[in-house]
Design a protein around this ligand. Structure first.
Ligand SMILES: Nc1ncnc2c1ncn2[C@@H]1O[C@H](COP(=O)(O)OP(=O)(O)O)[C@@H](O)[C@H]1O
Ligand SMILES: [Mg+2]
Length: 243
């Protein structure tokens, strides 16, 4: 499937089907209220109430599918290859150096690769659009302790103070993806010293609860990632901290 086709399907799923389900739900909710006023037998109301619950599940499912559609870059490449390819292409367009170090040694599940690739795209696009950097470096790899690490850093102007703690969708979206998969996202920024985005995700989603944040100290994490870490904890998802 081509990118435009995917985008169209994602948008239609999200907007059209999402809207439709929301309208159905509102009608049901109004009907439940009215039936109660009319003292309709409880089992009828319960049936309808349960249908509202099902519609809610449908709305959640649509949202999940629409945001989880696999990026085309991952069709014929593994995560490292897809990131290298996307960086090469963007580098040629933007005229900015975009070195990539990819050390993905483990199999990365579809959902996790998709999330990491989307975070990479957002971090890279942000750096190109906002940072005036001359160099945007990316490291992606898996660790022996079963985590995926993605690190994108630029040498640009940093995120302006007035943008800190703003609920901006790109930054929030990255945090949201990390959180949904039991991972972490940290953003550090320093005026005229650039911005760093560090994503860690558990490779085994089921194990995520048992191994919080341990990826940072993993042996294969590059030195610069380790150095970036202590100051880079963000108190709430979506918040950015200047150091
Ligand atoms: N790498 C970066 N360098 C400088 N500023 C950035 C960087 N990333 C984000 N920003 C700033 O943070 C803001 C919020 O980013 P984001 O939520 O992705 O929104 P958008 O990219 O749509 O403006 C941007 O508008 C920009 O001012
Ligand atoms: Mg953005």
């Amino acid at each position: 499937m081509r990118e435009e086709e995917r985008t169209r399907i994602a948008r239609e799923l999200h907007d059209e089907l999402g809207q439709l389900l929301t309208c159905i739900k509102l009608d049901f909710v109004a009907t439940v209220r009215r039936l109660r006023e009319l003292k309709t037998p409880g089992d009828v109301v319960d049936r309808l109430q349960s249908a509202v619950g099902q519609v809610d599940l449908g709305i959640a499912m649509v949202r999940r599918i629409a945001t989880g559609l696999r990026p085309p870059g991952l069709d014929h490449r593994d995560l490292g290859g897809a990131i290298e390819y996307a960086a090469r292409r963007m580098s040629a367009i933007a005229g900015i150096a975009m070195p990539v170090a990819a050390r993905v040694n483990e199999t990365v599940e579809n959902e996790i690769a998709t999330a990491a690739f989307r975070v990479f795209e957002e971090a890279l696009t942000n750096a190109v659009r906002h940072s005036q950097a001359s160099r945007i470096s990316t490291t992606v790899g898996t660790t022996r302790r079963g985590r995926l690490i993605l690190y994108v850093s630029d040498n640009g102007v940093g995120i302006p103070k007035r943008r800190l703690n703003v609920r901006s969708l790109g930054l929030l979206g990255m945090s949201e993806r990390a959180r949904t998969l039991g991972g972490t996202l940290r953003i550090t920024s320093r005026a005229n010293h650039g911005t760093r985005v560090l994503l860690t995700l558990p490779l085994d989603a089921a194990a995520s609860g048992r191994d919080p944040g341990s990826g940072i100290r993993d042996p294969k994490v590059p030195d610069n990632v380790r150095r970036a870490d202590p100051a880079s904890r963000i108190p709430n998802p979506g918040q950015v901290r200047q150091v």
